[in-house]
Design a protein around this ligand. Sequence first.
Ligand code: UD1
Length: 342
Amino acid sequence: MMSKFVLVTGGAGYIGSHTVVSLVQNGFKPVIVDDFRNASKVVLQGLEGILGEQPILHEIDVCNKESLDKLFQQYSFDGVIHFAAYKAVGESVAEPLKYYRNNILGLINVLSCVIDHQVNNFVFSSSCTVYGEPVGQKEVTETTPKLLPESPYGYTKWMGEQIIADTFRSAPQLRIMNLRYFNPVGAHHSAQIGEFPIGRPNNLLPFITQTAIGKQEQLTVFGNDYPTKDGTCVRDFIHVVDLADAHVCALQFLWNQNSGVIEYLNVGTGKGSSVLELIKAFEQKTGLSLNWKFGPRREGDVVEIYANVDNSFKKIGWKAERTIEDAVMDAWNWEKHLNSLL
Ligand code: UD1
């Protein structure tokens, strides 16, 4: 059987690059689209190191519909995974139009191509941010009501799902999977690819590893008086390689459908860990002692949320296999690898 071509927008990014590896390892041919405005070419060397060959790459901006159309003419794609988007919550508050333009226009362009070129199989990078701060129960299922987001970033995911649902109503031949990611952490075990924060990291684990290696002076834990097990926020930290594998399972599910379908699935571990627990796991696994202090709460932070993952296993046969201990070690090895390149 000929291998299937899968378009991966944002394929040089953090989750995208790990998904490229999973796709190749499962016999698929990923075609990366990335314009490197928020990704690094270091990732390409890493991908080549892991895969033994350079992945197919087109340096295209998904907001450029003409270039996208040409690409869809050039390849006969069997599926599309759409990662390319901005993702910094704080920045989205400061520059909302930048977020709406890029994330919404990019989605509209990619979705139009999926329909016009009859690809039909589409996976969307959504986020647990669509649940907002869950009322009562902190474990959310896919039917937990969506709440209005706190940030323009959150709205682009919330509206992204809405745009896709409306499009599906008008084009019911589509086979669509919305994956709601919880908190992706870690890196590929080889330490050849990982998260590449540009500037000061916003996310917790990159800030931890950068503090440990000396790129940051000190980690501030935002808030210690939350109503949680130890006063710090609780998240569902999911190893990025597990997350990447979920995309392969999602595509296989879509290809097995005989008619159109739209699904929403949580992609997490099913377990909540606090900020302090992640720090402790890092210290225990690496033997290092991290320079950190408590600081005030960060505006807009959700207190506690984690995934119910029963449906992900039932629908697409996927579940997370790696622990936060695996993730902190892999992230640390990646940080050391990055440092060796300087
Ligand atoms: C949020 C969204 C997620 C979205 C992501 C985009 C929720 C629940 N999650 O992630 O859907 O995709 O933004 O980036 O809305 N922390 C510190 N010190 C730091 C950095 C972080 O204490 O220097 C704490 C935060 O306060 C938070 C936790 O670590 O409690 C995780 O933060 P972060 O990694 O930024 O992810 P979320 O905010 O959960």
